[in-house]
Design a protein around this ligand. Structure first.
Ligand code: AMP
Ligand code: MG
Length: 352
């Protein structure tokens, strides 16, 4: 019997092409079905718990539960950078037990030094002894004297800290490196890296208020994040709800606020943030700084720096660094809140 021939526009199609064509079609159908089935299997997971003296919250859409891996990554950051963990790499460096920084400490210190440079020393991971002196001073009802502040300043300053390769050199043994103002953001970045490496496309990560989002939320909408309303009245006041809402998909965002941490003495409010350039708590009307940046570590560091710098200095820096955006909330003359934001940022102050 004569073999049946198939014709295409270009002439007869050989038998082998038909066979491979069929196989390809079957694979395509099966493959598409598999992908659809796999996607159908994805579900939203929530991981949360205490870490670094604060809390973490992660929401992610994935096939498998990755909670253990996320916690493992946070513990890795803790083992490297925590001040509370006596055995962390940074604690050992501070105690002079080693000068070798691990990969995470190198990454964070490198960025910290860059931000110190960009903020003319407003951000400074060596400011810890001054933070403590003022903190203890307030608790004990005695402020540090000018002489005490000056003697502490002898071993405070980003320029007294050198990182060469993975070797950390401190100009003075009494220097304390405290990455508390950048480590939470860095932890968020590490978790984002982990989820992306596992193929997770949709997530929201929050560690102690520092945030990173990707893709869509569980309602298949863009993520949007609320900024807390700071209050300027009295010690121990809590924030009073949401001041503004921002669309925030595929972004990293961090907030620093003096309304969270301050002391009142003789009716005067002293911020927890210390200006390393003066050795004293900052005194200006900026109550909170929310920063959006390419990474959460940067956002975290700049948010702290802005609280040191105050509104005008922060705005100058923002206009020179277009990769940064910010929402700055200050106390107006009559005690009302004044919200300013980078013009390129959409901030909804009314619909909530
Ligand atoms: P954050 O909540 O990220 O603004 O970090 C606050 C912590 O940063 C404080 O608890 C201090 O330990 C530390 N800190 C205070 N002032 C500075 C500064 N000028 N540069 C870097 N860290 C600081
Ligand atoms: Mg910070």
């Amino acid at each position: 019997m004569a073999k049946e021939k198939t014709f295409s526009a270009f002439g007869p199609v050989p038998q082998w092409t038909r066979k491979w064509g069929m196989l390809f079609l079957i694979l395509l159908v099966v493959g598409t079905g598999f992908v659809l089935w796999r996607n159908g299997q994805k579900q939203w997971h929530t991981a949360s718990g205490p870490i670094f003296g604060t809390e973490y919250n992660v929401k992610y859409l994935a096939h498998e539960n990755l909670d253990k891996d996320l916690l493992g990554e946070l513990q890795r950051v803790d083992n490297s950078l925590s001040m509370f963990n006596q055995n962390s790499n940074l604690s050992k460096i501070n105690k002079g037990l080693t000068c070798e920084a691990d990969e995470l400490v190198v990454e964070v210190l490198t960025l910290a030094q860059q931000v110190s440079g960009a903020t003319a020393g407003a951000f400074d991971v060596t400011v810890g002894p001054l933070v403590n002196a003022w903190g203890f001073g307030f608790k004990q009802g005695t402020m540090p004297t000018d002489a005490q502040v000056d003697s502490l300043r002898a071993f405070v300053g980003a320029d007294k800290l050198k990182l060469t390769g993975n070797k950390v050199a401190r100009a003075d043994k009494r220097m304390v490196i405290d990455c508390g103002a950048i480590a939470k953001g860095y932890a968020v970045d590490r978790l984002a890296g982990l989820l992306r490496a596992r193929g997770v496309e949709h997530f929201m990560i929050e560690v102690g208020g520092e945030i990173r989002t990707h893709g869509k939320n569980s309602e298949d909408k863009d993520w949007s994040i609320g900024i807390q309303r700071p209050t300027s009245s009295g010690a121990g006041s809590e924030s009073q709800g949401i001041e503004a809402i921002m669309p925030c998909s595929n972004k990293a965002m961090a907030t620093s606020g003096n309304y969270r941490n301050f002391y009142v003495k003789d009716g005067k409010r002293y911020a927890h943030t210390i200006d390393p350039r003066t050795g004293r708590p900052v005194e200006h009307s900026l109550l909170s700084a929310t920063v959006l940046a390419p990474t959460c570590a940067e956002a975290d560091a700049y948010a702290t720096a802005f609280m040191v710098m105050g509104e005008e200095e922060a705005k100058k820096l923002l206009s020179a660094q277009p990769q940064l955006q910010a929402v700055l909330i200050s106390e107006g003359k009559d005690g009302t809140l004044v919200t300013w934001h980078t013009p390129t940022l959409y901030v909804d102050k009314n619909s909530h």
